[in-house]
Design a protein around this ligand. Structure first.
Ligand SMILES: Cc1cc2nc3c(=O)[nH]c(=O)nc-3n(C[C@H](O)[C@H](O)[C@H](O)COP(=O)(O)OP(=O)(O)OC[C@H]3O[C@@H](n4cnc5c(N)ncnc54)[C@H](O)[C@@H]3O)c2cc1C
Length: 442
């Protein structure tokens, strides 16, 4: 059986490694270094285009837990990352050059992998053949292929940039201050509102103006930026710009004062069980430590924990839940075609590798009458579930505990919280993934 994989990034190589172990013959297509993307600089597979860190190793941190789950599933990326680890405290950081060279060598040495150094500009030939196709071309998919993907998935299914507001852990919000209400009480009270006095608002605007920001790269500034204004840029336009824009209070009455606040930050829930909320209109380029500091200035979010930081950068990704077959994990239109990696709406190096792994597993298990989806009490399975969950505002998602949030009670029926709760969830998740590997991967 032949599988064609386009893109030798994090998702492509992880998929390739899994399918090679299962005996498939693989054609792996990668355009670098004949053609580079706007951010990649080398010809090596799984190039880390920005930070050289795969983030925390702590099991009570979702990134740490995801890596541990991947390790249990025999991930090529995790194994190689440990081989080329550099000192970085409790994080897993790598020597990016040695890491990428090693991944490239390991993949090229696989006996059933045929590497083709070519930019794919048309999908026609693949669609004619009775072979599988995994498209794993990432956030910087080349333009011609983007057009082909639009033909396949539909015009409204491909987004071109990522302008994401920070996401907050719902259990860390102070509900004595933040109140649920929709504007003019229209519809359900799906929004939470953080009310500001004039003084609190002006302090926030001042801090936003002076915040430390990530500077956009040239290609981002030119191509992406219009129509998506970061909150700190709005603050620079004038003291009242935010109060008349994303922070307008009209139609909202604070039940504690019976009055309209001077300004509000609205929070919109991110998932069905309302364990995560995003800050509406707060897309930002502020550095992470600044987001942490400034979000604490929002009334009711003094102790808020950020599950996902805001970002703005070029990122081609699909409205994957709209086009995916929920049973097979292929696309509805054609059961031989799969997408993997950041293009499906996961975000981050390891999340993309995880997506390569669960997509390849879905392809293989579909042919073998096995359970197709990963268990959703694990971070890896919950991420996969996220990519299948319809959402009006589908946006890329990194691994986080909000995805597997549930109530855990102690012997006396009291809710277990914080680190203790995460420790229990992490141990459960590892135990589930070990059983899953034993039962389904072999
Ligand atoms: C500017 C920027 C900075 C980022 N910084 C970070 C960070 O610090 N930490 C983090 O965790 N994540 C970061 N990300 C996200 C990170 O890039 C992804 O999570 C990860 O690389 C995605 O893996 P992937 O396999 O989906 O895509 P990629 O790793 O990008 O791999 C896709 C591959 O497909 C190839 N390709 C594209 N089009 C074609 C074509 N037509 N034919 C053949 N090959 C093609 C590309 O050359 C590339 O090798 C960043 C993203 C961007 C855009």
């Amino acid at each position: 059986m032949i599988v064609n994989i386009i893109g030798a990034g994090f998702a492509g190589v992880e998929a390739c490694s899994f399918l090679s172990k299962k005996g498939f013959n693989i054609n792996l297509y990668e355009m670098r270094d004949k053609k580079l993307t706007e951010a990649h600089k080398t010809k090596f597979f799984a190039e880390l285009i920005c930070s050289n860190s795969f983030k925390s190793l702590s099991m009570t941190n979702a990134h740490g837990l995801l890596k541990k789950e991947m390790e249990e599933l025999d991930s090529l990326i995790i194994k190689t990352a440990y081989e080329y680890r550099v000192p970085a405290g409790n994080s897993l950081a790598v020597d990016r050059d040695k890491f990428a060279r090693s991944v490239t060598k390991k993949i090229k040495n696989l006996p059933n992998v045929n590497f083709v150094n070519e930019e794919i500009t048309s999908l026609n030939d693949f669609l004619k053949k009775d072979e599988f196709l995994i498209i794993a071309t990432g956030p910087l998919t080349s333009e011609k292929l983007q057009e082909e993907i639009i033909k396949l998935a539909g015009e409204k299914s491909l987004f071109f940039f990522d302008a994401v507001s920070p996401i907050i852990d719902a259990s860390t919000i102070n509900y004595d201050i933040v109140f649920p209400q929709s504007r003019y009480n229209k519809g359900d009270s799906d929004f939470l509102n953080a009310p500001f006095s004039k003084e609190q608002y002006e302090t926030l605007v001042e801090e936003l103006k002076n915040a430390d920001k990530v500077l956009p790269s040239d290609f981002e500034e030119k191509k992406i930026f219009e129509g998506c204004m970061p909150v700190e840029s709005l603050a620079l336009r004038g003291v009242n710009t935010l109060a008349f824009g994303p922070m307008k209070p009209v139609g909202l009455i604070d039940p504690k004062t019976g009055k309209e606040p001077y300004a509000v930050v609205q929070l919109r829930c991110e998932n069905i069980n309302k364990s995560m909320y995003n800050l509406v209109g707060f897309q930002t380029r502020m550095k992470w430590h600044e987001q942490k500091r400034i979000i604490k200035l929002i009334p009711g979010l003094e102790n808020a924990e950020i599950l996902r930081y805001g970002v703005i950068h070029k990122n081609s990704y699909l409205n994957f839940p709209l086009i995916a077959d929920k049973n097979l994990y292929s696309i509805k239109k054609n059961k031989n075609i799969y997408f993997a990696g950041q293009i499906t709406g996961v975000e981050g190096y390891i999340e993309s590798a995880a997506s390569g792994l669960f997509t390849a597993y879905a392809l293989w298990s579909g042919l073998n009458n096995r359970t197709i989806l990963m268990p959703d009490k694990t971070i890896i399975g919950a991420l996969q579930k996220y990519t299948l969950t319809q959402n009006k505002n589908y946006q890329p998602m990194a691994g986080n505990f909000g995805l597997i949030e549930r109530e855990i009670l102690n012997k006396n029926g009291k809710k277990i919280k914080g680190q203790d709760k995460r420790q229990i969830m992490a141990e459960e998740s590892i135990s589930i993934i070990k059983k899953f590997f034993h039962l389904h991967f072999n």
